[in-house]
Design a protein. Structure first.
Length: 237
């Protein structure tokens, strides 16, 4: 019918190009800033999709807003609601997502600045996250030549007794990060940090592999609600 506007939706886009489907298929890291923002705001207007609205919010190099995704965090709800299609709820969703990202970046910077001088430093760094885990999980703390944290990586879930820990996979992470040393860490949800025979055997095997590869395994921390322990401090490695 002449004069009647047809609603534009992302369903008209190829399936592989839709932000939701793309995120689920490829992971969030493979989405553009505008696509991620489109996932957050969910819907656009009758005249434009959520993706088109996101692109307009962020801007681009041609209109001098290449840093648009970072600028959005500084917007007030009222400034966001100037855009057609952005009401109070969407403005709140956008600003909440921006704040979560900012806090996560702050936490990562704090972790990277941490220097591990003792087992207590490592325990303090890891306890908050790992004591709350419902299942056993192995993580590695990658360190530079000054024992400063480069990053913390999850290696496996299920514990050393049920997961096959292959040195090649573990040290691949260390090589990618150009790490000089690492600390192994896993949790015991039972609350008892006492190491099992398999814990000790796996640790010794990884220490030997590290010696061959020039990446020192300096400790293995077992975290438990009843008290965490360092295998190095207890003399078990």
């Amino acid at each position: 019918m002449l004069g009647k506007q047809q609603r534009i939706t992302m369903r008209s886009m190829p399936l592989a190009d839709r932000p939701y489907e793309k995120l689920l298929a490829l992971g969030a890291k493979n989405l553009t800033d505008a696509e991620l923002l489109a996932v957050i705001i969910r819907s656009g207007t009758r005249r434009e999709t959520a993706l088109a609205l996101s692109q307009r919010l962020i801007g681009n190099k041609e209109n001098g807003m290449e840093n648009g995704i970072r600028k959005i965090r500084d917007y007030s709800p009222e400034e966001l609601m100037v855009y057609p299609g952005i009401g109070p709820v969407k403005a709140a969703q956008i600003l909440a997502a921006m704040e979560i990202g900012a806090r996560a970046n702050s936490d990562r910077r704090r972790v990277r600045q941490t220097q591990i001088r003792s087992p207590d430093d490592a325990i303090c760094l890891l306890e908050t996250d790992m004591l709350a885990l419902p299942r056993e999980e192995l993580r590695i703390v990658l360190l530079d030549v000054r024992n400063r944290v480069i990053r913390i990586s999850r290696v496996s879930e299920g514990g050393l007794s049920s997961a096959v820990i292959h040195p090649r996979e573990l040290f691949r992470e260390a090589i990618r990060a150009n790490a000089a040393a690492m600390i192994l860490a896993h949790n015991h949800p039972s609350g008892d940090a006492s190491p099992s025979a398999e814990d000790l055997e796996t640790t010794r095997r990884l220490i030997e592999a590290g010696q061959m590869m020039g990446i020192q395994v300096i400790d293995h921390i077992i975290l438990a609600s009843g008290g965490s322990l360092s295998l190095k401090r207890t003399g078990l490695i």
